[in-house]
Design a protein around this ligand. Structure first.
Ligand code: NAD
Length: 468
């Protein structure tokens, strides 16, 4: 079969859906989506067939054309995707979700990320090239459901793979819609159908089938600790992007006005859903009042000790056996105003973030809340700041931030915390290329070490030698 016969009746597919044109509330029930299958085995088989076609009949240049169409479709549908996620997951902020889709569509690297290394000399030529794994099994979170599908699809297809998604059950409709959108984009430019597939009703059983399938040689997971453990114990090569709890240090050389603005913007972005969002602050005691005053000018509201306790009771639960705190998922990604209403604190509807002063071992510091609640801890000096920041980050090797003009403090914290993302004097989202240099990703693989993932991470290395 060649490229022409694979496609074409679909030439006039409309890439842009409109809110009126789909009933996204009932989408899984009523609509047949391209690439979305009831049976996980079928989703895998179709992805295998599509990848074989991609390998045999399509050049790297054609893969780039496919990616261009995916980017266009994602940009055209960014508002709709943002609306659908809010509708289905009830988490986050619409305008930030639009922005996240724009980031994924525009700044996820394509085929330009793949490089060849060559040696030439008296003995001939040796080349190391990249090759696809084949079909990749991908697990995606509820907090960035379609952003991750778009980002992973671009990188994985750029590398020559197909992908089967087992999305979060709480975001399966959005994932199905995104997979359909991507397939339509691929087909519209002559690409093979089902290069991206998904399980209609993702479960742990469907994930297990993906993990154990002999044709799936690479797994890629984005999510929390349960997923990390499962993939790292899968017996397969796995790119694993797990939880963070990013600390921020503010020392006494920082531009306090800028630091407070950057921290509140990052912490409140999409209501703190991103794994990279600022989760706790360690500030030098003698600049703490100034930092707090400036945060209040940036749509933050401060609450007192009693109100903090009420908030703890609202958003945290206790594991009966271990006595560890766990988050009450009902409150993840909710608007700051909703929390304040519950604890009887008056605030305007423009409030973006709740700040509070707590001790370094407070559960708000030690728990990845994913809520617009920012605990602030006063510290004596940089030694104490780094010590507490490391405890809060829990060696997840994820993300950390500092606001400082002291080069020793900047360097020392960077070296000691050793996170995958480290931002100096900026917001957390600078770490994924928003208002900063560098490409973007929605899969930050701290747990398995690939870091800011892109197409090259979805390839095998092949050495080809010509002797003379
Ligand atoms: P989650 O862990 O509940 O779910 C993530 C994915 O893993 C889903 O597809 C889910 O079905 C699956 N999953 C859940 N438990 C599993 C298990 N025991 N075995 C296998 N798979 C399992 O997370 P969420 O609430 O959807 O997303 C938020 C979490 O993801 C946060 O901890 C956040 O820090 C993390 N995250 C990390 C990154 C990153 O790039 N490192 C990006 C986004 C989110």
């Amino acid at each position: 079969m060649n490229k022409e016969t694979v496609i074409s009746s679909t030439k006039n597919l409309k890439l842009k859906q409109t809110i009126e044109s789909i009933d996204y509330k009932n989408c899984l029930e009523d609509i047949s989506y391209l690439g979305v299958f009831q049976d996980v085995e079928v989703a895998i088989d179709e992805a295998i067939k599509a990848q074989e076609k991609l390998s045999l009949y399509y050049t790297k240049e054609q893969r780039e054309e496919i990616i261009t169409e995916i980017r266009k479709a994602a940009l055209q549908n960014k508002e709709l995707l943002a609306k659908m996620i809010l509708e289905e997951t009830k988490m986050g902020r619409y305008e930030d979700k639009v922005l996240k889709h724009e980031l994924a569509a525009k700044y996820t690297p394509g085929t330009e990320d793949l490089t060849t290394t060559a040696w030439t000399g008296d003995h001939g030529l040796t080349v190391v090239e990249t090759s696809p794994y084949g079909v990749i099994g991908a697990i995606t979170p509820s907090t960035n459901p379609t952003e991750t599908v778009i980002c992973n699809s671009i990188g994985m297809i750029a590398a020559g793979n197909s992908v089967v998604f087992n999305g979060h059950p709480g975001a399966k409709k959005c994932v199905a819609f995104a997979v359909d959108m991507i397939n339509k984009a691929i087909i519209s430019c002559g690409g093979p159908k089902n290069l991206v597939t998904a399980v209609k009703n993702p479960t742990m059983e469907s994930l297990d089938t993906i993990i154990k399938h002999p044709s799936i040689k690479l797994l890629c997971g984005t999510g929390g600790p349960g997923m990390v453990k499962t993939l790292l114990h899968s017996g397969k090569k796995a790119i694993v992007a797990g939880a963070g709890n990013p600390p921020v240090i503010v020392d006494d050389t920082a531009d306090i006005e800028k630091a407070s603005k950057n921290i509140i913007e990052g912490c409140s972005f999409d209501n703190n859903l991103p794994c990279i969002a600022e989760k706790e602050v360690f500030v030098f005691d003698h600049v703490a009042d100034s930092l707090i005053t400036n945060m209040l000018k940036n749509n933050a509201v401060i609450i007192n000790e009693d109100q903090v306790q009420r908030l703890v009771d609202l958003v945290l639960l206790r594991n009966n056996q271990t006595q560890e705190y766990i988050i009450n998922k009902d409150w993840v990604g909710k608007d700051a105003k909703l929390f304040l209403d519950e604890i009887d604190v008056e605030a305007s509807s423009s409030v973006k973030c709740i700040i509070c002063e707590v001790a370094a071992d407070h559960p708000f510091v030690m728990t990845e809340l994913m809520m617009p609640i920012l605990p602030i801890v006063r510290v004596k000096n940089i030694d104490e700041a780094i010590k507490y920041a490391k405890i809060a980050e829990q060696n997840r090797k994820h993300s950390a931030y500092i606001h400082s003009k002291n080069i020793d403090n900047l360097n020392r914290f960077e070296k000691e915390i050793d996170t995958t993302i480290f931002v100096k004097n900026g917001s957390s989202f600078s770490g994924i290329g928003y208002n900063a240099e560098g490409f973007t990703t929605f899969t930050i693989a701290g747990s398995s070490g690939e870091g800011i993932t892109s197409a090259k991470n979805f390839t095998r290395q092949r050495r080809c030698v010509l002797t003379c």
